[in-house]
Design a protein around this ligand. Sequence first.
Ligand code: HEM
Length: 491
Amino acid sequence: MTASSHDQARTESASVPPPECPAHARAVNGDGVARLFGPEAVHDAPGFYERLRAEHGPVAPVLVDGDLPAWLVLGYRENLEVARTPSRFSRDPRLWHCFQENKVAADSPLRPAIAWQPVCLFLDGEEHERLRAALTDSIARFDRRGMRRSVTHFANQLIDEFAGDGVADLVSQFGEQLPLRVITQLVGMSDESSPQLVEAINDLLKGTETAFKSNEYVVEALHDLVQRKRATPANDFTSWLFSHPAELTDEEVLQHVRIVLLAANVNTINLMVSTMRMVLTDPRFRASLTGGRMTLPDALEQMLWDEPPTAVVPARWATGDTELAGQSIKAGDMLLLGLSAGNSDPAIRPDLSVPMHGNRSHLAFSGGPHECPGQDISRAIADTGIDVLLMRLPDIDLAVPESELKWVSTWIHRHLTALPVKFAQSCPGVLPVSSSATGDGQSKRPFPGSTARSTDGTDETSEPASAAVSPGRRSSWWGSLKGWLRGTQPR
Ligand code: HEM
């Protein structure tokens, strides 16, 4: 982005209420500490970060749900320092003094994200290294070309389902479908069970009325998968976890397949949808693509700078008293990695409108020992998926005014509920160059824009997905995440 969306962010930031305003009173507690979960922080995150940065510098005191204290890391360098120094900043939430003092309510929306479990996300040191090695070595075994072919196949399959309609919702009919269809196949789920599982996971994550049943379905499917792969290993991620020298138990394999499914889904959906939104709403962004000044991988990196799929990671705890950017951090304090704030730190990006093409040093995947091990997978899914979409529907356009797009915002992330599009022309399925020819995980050629490509290549259409999107009321993302993370029922 995109000068335009930053301009918008700046405009929004100008609307932060002055201190005497009642809304401002809700945004701070009696000591004047800012509430990260308040409406201002959620609806105008860039303005909120700027205000905190101006008041406190690169590390600011904030309150999280329940008015519990934490430090929001706003500086780019400070985020990296925290993420890269596990000896001072642990990933183990049991260190948090608020847990030790029983201050975290049983139904706190924080719990799903920070309730400790014996998985790589919450471990440091040797135990983390053991589980992490199993994950990264198994992820490294994915055949990149094969994966891009698989993304192409599933993207074509999804587009076939709505290509004849002339309209579609790119969130529910494309973005929410593609990453999981690919990942379920990579972990070794059968093609037949994959569409139902995708629906169940999405339903679960939305916390709809049917989320409980969906969670049961997912847990059962994972148990089946683990038993099947333990008995009959094959060429897939779950089997590779089993055969890894780290000797994971059945439960460890199940929990790490679960984490991969979850992490791959929410974040990759957000990356794809925000990139597609920019293509559809920002003429300069689209013009840079069509004009060959920006490749699709460049566009994705730009989005990872400007709108990292996870804005804040509540994820580090001080192992002892220490200092960070002049702030005195006490043992057991919680630190929140402000990935979005760090990406727009004026110390490294004085002018946010300057394109970041080719620069991958953003914080979207964090850093240090817990840096996202699945980043190239999400890049491959988003790049190839959007490539296929734009090839198949060359005249795709937004079907509603941009002002009617609806968002769900939390302090963790912000995403669109729907992205309605229309198109008159649809081309048959093709195998994009990026899926087979480069093999380097990147499509470097310019975006083809509004010209339909040659239709020779593999037309990988197949039967439509059988599962319908579950109807139901949306409730807390956290609530469903809680059930999902624990393998129990959602709230
Ligand atoms: C755009 C997509 C994605 C984004 C933005 C993203 C972001 C992140 C971030 C910020 C972390 C680090 C949290 C920390 O420092 O505490 C992380 C960790 C992780 N991610 Fe991703 N992720 C994405 C896709 C994926 C995919 C596709 C997979 C699996 C194939 C995956 C698997 C994981 C795992 C297993 C961890 C935990 C690593 C550890 O604790 O050692 N992620 N991700």
